[in-house]
Write a protein that binds this ligand. Structure first.
Ligand code: JFZ
Length: 577
């Protein structure tokens, strides 16, 4: 069966567009700047429908040029655009016959922005895709989300499903040409059978349309990480995507100028590609259809990097390595391996690759000769002192075949063994998998009905001291190693800690309280504070070893969320060796 997700995997990178009447408020209500993400303003401020609908008059589209949007997306290296046909507010940004609460009926221009974007995408050769809020609809009395105009006790969701949801899906999948994917969001109130019905309806109308990302009941074709959440390791078992903002809102807010820099965007994109995860990066246009300057600048900056390094990201697969180093990660395509350096260093050495490297070059300086040496299982690259191009550095390797790597993590030349969690199937009581993954042995559900699980390469919902995580790794030379665990705090919050963890390797154990004495600086830590805590030092003998980790004490009110473990060789051993 030809895989209908292949174009999406190959694209790697898409543009998200949050555009609706919330844009007309610019994040202000009654002259006051509002808190939170812009597209939720009606809900947050409990704005009556009768008043909110007047915003339609300001949706002039006077600066809207769909071809310009498509051109910007293409310059940034994006292969598809996902636009909000209807967000939670319930206002259709297209010509809908089944509800006059739409831009063509109520807006001053009479234009249908979705029709224009669909046509522009076709002209530009990129995929047109749709976001549709399928359960929250602040304008319909029988959908969720509006408890100030309607009585939630009276919701008969079936009525909303038949009166609006299904008819609008029919319109969208009939009148706007081929739709690459439809992005559902915030499942709530639908049964599994009702959700399956939506899937069937989409497929009846457009068999090749991909169903993403938050339909519900795991009935999506691919899954979504949390907003702006970057995974902690390669997610090999399923298809994933990270939806992300350029500032701190999806819908336009005039005064949110907290733009990510092109450097951050490049690093996030490259790292997501290395983790086998797609990136869906948002713009929030104004009521007139203008893309904010901060967004344009960020995307243009990213686009300059992409103009040189596109090949290292688009159409690649995630890293073949069992784990990455702190300063490098990788993607692959056929016999090519792309190495990324976070901070440019003239020497890059790494272990775990078993191929012969035929050629090494810099896409940013193709004529520069690089030093290349492979000895004792280690690859050494000698690079120019300064990076040839700004942002994340890229080295292209041509191998003697497809990349082959050691199946277990090994010690890197920096003296560290990095252990990350794979989202493997959890089989209570089974033996540790041989693929460097963590295995969660969740014996019983915790009191809140949830069990320890691996999500986005992180161990979470960890509540029981009889749960255990195991990793295997290969150690070549004996030594003393510090065991450092990296755990994460709540989104936008403070790192907490205070838990007591026990690590056991080959019969020796360490126990310590998490103090968070080490900083962790990666793109994934921008929204989620992450710190490293040492559990102490163990003497290890060479061989295939297993680390077991359990939690002896938890911190009230905090979620123990484990991102990564680092075994770091003590320097005195290096000197002796
Ligand atoms: C949803 C929307 O409510 C929001 O307005 C925006 O459209 C965003 C892309 O998606 O918000 C969510 C939904 C799910 C998660 C986070 C935010 N999640 O699973 O972490």
């Amino acid at each position: 069966m030809a895989d209908k997700l292949q174009w999406w995997r190959d694209n790697r990178f898409g543009m998200f567009v949050h555009w609706g009447m919330y844009a007309a408020t610019e994040g202000y209500w009654n002259g006051q700047e509002t808190e939170g993400i812009g597209e939720w303003i009606q809900n947050r401020e409990k704005i009556p429908l009768a008043e909110y609908r007047k915003l339609a008059a300001q949706m002039t589209l006077s600066e809207y040029d769909a071809d310009e949007w498509v051109a910007l997306a293409k310059r940034a290296g994006m292969g598809h655009i996902v636009i909000t046909a209807k967000h939670h507010e319930g206002f259709a940004m297209y010509d809908s016959a089944c509800s006059d609460y739409n831009i063509v009926q109520l807006g001053p221009s009479g234009r249908d922005p979705l029709a224009e974007l669909s046509a522009a995408c076709q002209r530009g050769g990129i995929r047109f895709c749709i976001y549709y809020s399928h359960c929250l609809d602040f304008a319909h009395p029988h959908a969720y989300g509006n408890a100030w105009d309607f009585d939630p006790e009276q919701i008969e969701m079936e009525r909303y499903v038949e009166e609006k949801l299904k008819p609008q899906l029919r319109e969208l999948l009939t009148n706007y040409g081929p739709v690459g994917l439809i992005w559902f969001d915030m499942p709530r109130g639908l049964s599994e059978a009702g959700t399956q019905d939506l899937r069937d309806l989409v497929h009846e109308l457009q068999p090749n349309c991909i169903i993403g990302a938050r339909l519900g009941y795991h009935l999506e074709d691919y899954h979504s990480l949390g907003d702006n959440e970057l995974p902690c390791c390669v997610l090999r078992e399923a298809d994933w995507e990270t939806p992300a903002t350029l500032n701190d809102t999806w819908g336009y807010k005039r005064d949110d100028q907290n733009w990510k820099t092109p450097a951050e965007l490049v690093e996030s994109l490259a790292e997501l590609a290395a983790c086998d995860v797609n990136y869906l990066l948002n713009i929030g246009p104004t009521a007139s259809g203008r893309i904010p300057d901060g967004s344009v600048q960020a995307l243009e900056g990213l686009g300059e990097w992409m103009a040189v390094h596109r090949e290292s990201v688009i159409g690649t697969q995630g890293s073949p390595f069992a784990s990455h180093g702190d300063n490098w990660f990788a993607t692959q395509r056929d016999d090519k391996l792309y190495l990324f350096q976070r901070d440019w260093q003239p020497q890059l050495s790494l272990r775990g690759l078993t191929n012969d490297v035929v050629k090494a070059s810099l896409p940013g300086a193709p004529t520069v000769e690089l030093g290349l040496r492979q000895a004792d299982g280690c690859l050494h690259l000698q690079l120019p002192d300064a990076a040839p191009t700004p942002f994340t550095g890229v080295i292209e390797l041509t191998l003697d075949g497809r990349p082959e790597c050691a199946p277990l993590p090994v010690e890197q030349p920096d003296g560290c063994i990095y252990l990350t969690s794979q989202p493997d199937q959890v089989e209570p009581g089974s033996a540790p998998p041989g693929n460097a993954g963590a295995e969660a042995i969740a014996t019983e559900l915790a009191e809140d009905g949830r069990a320890l699980e691996i999500h986005g390469g992180r161990a979470c919902n960890w509540r029981r001291s009889d749960d255990k995580l195991c990793w295997q790794f290969d150690l070549e030379t004996a030594g003393r190693f510090a065991v450092i665990v990296r755990t994460r705090g709540p989104k936008y919050g403070e790192w907490i800690g205070g838990e007591v963890l026990r690590a056991t390797i080959g019969g020796q154990s360490l126990e310590a309280e998490l103090q968070g004495e080490e900083a962790v600086n990666k793109p994934r830590t921008r929204y989620f504070p992450e710190r490293g805590s040492s559990l102490g030092t163990l003497s290890l003998q060479p061989g295939k070893l297993t680390l077991e980790l359990s939690a002896l004490r938890f911190t009230d009110g905090a979620d123990l969320s484990l991102c990564e473990i680092v075994l770091r060789r003590k320097p005195e051993d290096e000197q002796r060796a």
